[in-house]
Write a protein that binds this ligand. Structure first.
Ligand code: NDP
Length: 419
């Protein structure tokens, strides 16, 4: 069918690469391009000969549009998959526009330097107007809509699990289960244990920024913002058991609030153990989560980047992690004039993921939908010039692909609701 350029070669990209190689009738050729080429070469060496997919590798600095353009022009992919970091979303979108190629990613834009005065001015205006203070939001990428439309290109934003699969669940509920969705609670439970006192399951910088920020939810047409970790609930998750979960701001709330007509409330909860929270609070209190550079013995150091260097690399957690994840959406609303509830969710086993692709379930649950999102564009099922999130497309082929490619979902019609 075609060629994909995969940018980034970390924890999630490793799963994407394995899954593309399993799906070689769609991904006949891939190029893995990242900042550290040796990581790309190591995966190529592992997979060459086990798959019909032809693999090439390259070094690229994805912050540099000219370098990206040169690489895309030389390789001529059918799609560019941004599996690097949210910091690179805009430069990679710019390069795709210059080269006339479709784009996809797994997380919305966030600047690396949140002290940049030009960015800060726009951010502060948005905080006031929109009512939430997260560093990431869709406005930067939605601003590319017209350019992608004019170029006849599709940009698919946020095709991981959450964002990503959670929005496919919403589109599916809207299409097949409800006439009107009133509330959506997205529940992200990781019941896995890696045995370390403290580690993050994906990029520590992105993860800790997200978790230490104020929480917020959408209610009756506006955002309600709350101090970080100040709304806590307990939930009994299928195949995992009882866990404490906390309300966080999360990017898909922003697009779902626009795209699910008449929705009254959308919340996002993630499970955390007490030990994780205590470690995080302590690191925050001593300034280790700061993104502002400090001078140390003649060097400029960004505290959170130094912390990243100390923490275990998420890509190495695979062999140590036991237990399961359970991520899904609880809906309330109406069907045929009657009140209705539904819970669509996936349970994923860390050890089974490791046996299959050598990664833990957090990378797996993100990497599989990234491959599926790219497949939707490459097979023409989701082509629609412009910039779109997952719930804006027909959920049926995506939901079918989730069952086929390792993330089967189930529906409980009578779930316990979150108060
Ligand atoms: P990692 O830090 O493990 O990997 C990031 C990769 O990007 C690394 O290979 C890194 O290179 C590369 N990279 C970083 N900067 C550049 C650059 N300027 N040029 C080229 N390559 C670069 O992150 P993860 O794999 O954990 O996460 C990947 C993405 O997935 C993130 O955007 C994250 O937010 C998103 N995510 C989405 C989820 C979802 O459900 N939607 C869930 C989890 C993650 P190097 O190896 O040199 O460091």
């Amino acid at each position: 069918m075609g060629k994909a350029l995969i940018i980034g070669c970390g924890g999630v990209a490793s799963v994407v690469i394995h899954k593309c190689c399993q799906n070689s009738s769609v991904f006949e050729e891939i190029m893995i391009a990242s900042r550290t080429k040796s990581k790309c070469d190591a995966i190529k060496e592992k997979l060459d000969g086990t798959t019909p997919t032809k693999i090439r590798t390259a070094k690229v600095d994805a912050d540099n549009v000219d370098e990206l353009v040169a690489l895309i022009d030389e390789y001529k992919p059918d799609i560019v998959m941004n599996i690097a970091l949210p910091y690179q979303d805009l430069t990679i979108m710019d390069a795709c526009l210059k080269c006339g190629v479709n784009y996809m990613d797994t997380a919305n834009y966030e600047p690396e330097d949140t002290d940049d005065p030009a960015w800060r001015a726009i951010y502060e205006k948005r905080c006031k107007e929109a009512g939430f203070t997260a560093y990431f939001d869709y406005s930067w990428q939605w601003a590319y809509k017209e350019k992608f439309e004019k170029a006849g290109l599709t940009a698919l934003l946020g095709s991981g699990f959450d964002p990503g699969v959670t929005q496919a669940y919403c589109a599916y509920a809207q299409k097949h289960l409800f006439d009107q969705i009133d509330t959506i609670d997205i529940l992200d439970c990781n019941g896995g244990d890696h045995g370390y006192p403290f580690a993050t399951n994906f990029n520590p910088e992105i993860n800790l920024r997200e978790v230490s920020a104020p929480g917020s939810y959408w209610e009756n047409g506006h955002w309600v913002e709350i101090p970080a970790m100040s709304i806590k609930r307990e939930y009994d998750f299928d195949e995992v058991g009882h866990k404490d979960m906390y309300l966080l701001h999360h990017e898909e709330i922003e697009s779902l609030a626009k795209n699910i007509p008449g929705v009254k409330r959308i919340r996002f909860f993630m499970t955390f153990g007490q030990s994780y929270l205590t470690h995080m609070k302590c690191l925050e209190n001593v300034g280790m989560l700061s993104t502002t550079p400090i001078e140390f013995e003649g060097h400029q150091i960004v505290p959170i980047q130094f912390l990243k260097a100390l923490l275990p690399d998420p890509a190495t957690l695979g062999p140590r992690t036991k237990g399961k994840t359970n991520i899904g959406c609880i809906f309330t609303g109406k069907k045929d004039g009657k009140e209705k509830t539904a819970y669509i969710y996936n349970v994923c086993d860390h050890e089974a993921c490791y046996r299959e692709v050598g990664s833990q379930a957090i990378s797996y649950t993100t990497g599989v939908p990234a491959m599926i999102g790219a497949m939707m564009l490459m097979t023409g099922k989701w082509n629609k010039p412009g910039v779109y999130t997952v719930e804006e497309f027909d959920p049926d082929p995506y939901m079918e692909a989730l069952n086929k490619w390792g993330l089967p979902w189930q529906i409980n019609d009578n779930p316990v609701l979150v108060d």
